[in-house]
Design a protein around this ligand. Sequence first.
Ligand code: CP3
Length: 640
Amino acid sequence: MSFSGLRVVSFESRRAFEMESLIVRHDGTPMVAPSMREIPFEVNQEAVEFGKQIIGGKADIVILMTGVGTKFLVQVVETALNKKDFIEALSRVTLVARGPKPVSALKELGLKAEIVAGEPNTWHEVLSAMSQKLDLKDKKIFVQEYGIPSRGLIEGLKKAGARVSRVPVYRWALPLDLNPLRKAVQTVCDGKADILLFTNATQIHHVLQVAAEDGLEASFREALEKTVVASIGPVMTENLKEIGLPVDLEAEKSVMGLFVKEAAEKAPDLVKQKRKAAEHKFEKAEAKVYPVKPFDPEKLKDSPFLKACRNEKVSHPPVWILRQAGRYMKEYRDVRSRVSFLELCKNSDLACEVAVTAQEKLGVDAAILFSDILLILEPMGVGLEYVKGDGPVIHRPIRTKEDIDSILEEDPKESLAFVMEAVKKTRSALKPNIPLIGFAGAPFTLASYAIEGGGSENYLKTKQLMYHEPEAWHLLMTKFTDATVKYLNAQADAGVQALQIFDSWVGALSPMDYQEYVFPHMKKLFSSLNKGVPSIHFGTGTGGLLELMKEAGGSVIGLDWRVEISEARNRLGKIPVQGNLDPLVLLSNPKTVKDKALKILDQNGSRAGHIFNLGHGVVPQTPVENVIALVNAVHEYTIK
Ligand code: CP3
């Protein structure tokens, strides 16, 4: 196993030649760019000062982080002080070693570490071993440092009540000739490096410093999404992770020769895996491509759905399913596993894909735009988020007159331009005889989310504002109505054939209160919609409001299952209706689904203007076969 010709970049300095020949020996194409230069420490004042403090008996604990550093420290102290006095004084303090290397450096000096941190010998282990075995409060501690200050360790010790001084014993500078390093950074950014070998924590800091100076830090970091990063050991790994870089391989043995050997064995597979993952990430947002279908207004006009909207006779009742593109469908879940719900709504290609997939898979007579009623709230500045498991959350709910005044009033045609894009794409991807339904939330239902801060059971805060501050309430409803009218008309202009207005929760109001607090706004909304585009006025729990809803407007009235369709039609007169199967019937089996559907169809009888649907949205637990069985049952039904 070998690098098989891969381009291997190393930033090793002191042992640059050795590194280069190791890479060549394992069949790699080396690019070794020294990244650091050691600065002599004979004149290191901190180390000399440290020696004086130790000899003067001022220290309680000394932490030795590296073997090389420990030896070097003694050499520096020796230049100014008596070595024997220093060693003797050290033997009287508590010595802590980060790992086996400082332990053996101490041994050579005739000293013994009282505490040795466990593997993997990062500062975390040092701190936890010390906290377990020592009382750190008010102790004077010196920390011998290697290259980079151990900030985490120092903070941890200070938190435990210790007084801490740093003793840096070797310092690294950038090499005098930066050209090889610059070239290596550029090679990585160009995507021409396959694997990077890091053998020392300072390397990455210097590499990033040079990249930043050349304006390449972001592209360097981005390039590492496709380049394998190998670390010589846990300390190196920790440093890489701390600055937000990936680590694809950590050496089993922190020895340079073995590290390069292990990297050579594993690199070819790792490089392949990483490239593939990067590609997948890129493809994540890729949607199906649909051929553009011709726009055929005649075919659309004659579709059963639009005929029913106009109360015209049809041979078979049209059917579609409320929330037909949703989590109950595997194809939807697959798309959702790649993007968040908001990303899906804002990606017009993906939104198009899920809407078209649902229509085609179910064979329904209409498609509904993929979006959500709450998106209109986002550009108003209320902080909309969809939280997994909790549904929608509004982070800055609207509760006062001031909140209402501060609602941002942008034209949804601009602020929700991605919705218009989705309309255009979905329209052109659908079969020419399948109408597309656009939609929006009605002002009351939007207000309930905006005021409660999310979903609600009793609409307590909503009703509090409505009853207690009616003026503020009407101002809010006016703002929502105006925005919604613009939004719906923009969707009509973009190409939808019908509009559904979701007043899902308005059934929470008494008829009298509906009349006073909602009706005028709904009346204005419907009368402001583009003429020629039919509208569906939907709500749930609206048995007591149907006549008022009809009077407010809409070409079709939505019915939920709490009202018999025959009764509703008798009350409403000629106006078309949509509904009204209980969505939970779909949790049963195809036969029950069919029986229940036929009862509704029979009840409607020969009356024109019935669009079959559920009374509310299909739930995620629904087996898709039952939904298909429902659509087939409705299609097989012949209207007498
Ligand atoms: O095919 C379709 O109908 C998809 C388009 C659509 C969605 N929401 C997608 C969606 C439509 C028409 C809606 C309308 C909607 N959204 C309503 C009115 C209809 C109704 O059910 O009363 C309401 C009240 C909302 C608000 C909303 N959006 C809630 C309460 C939730 C979370 C709970 C839930 O029903 O899933 C959403 C999220 C949402 N909207 C999802 C989908 C597919 C699920 C998000 C996910 O994939 O995690």
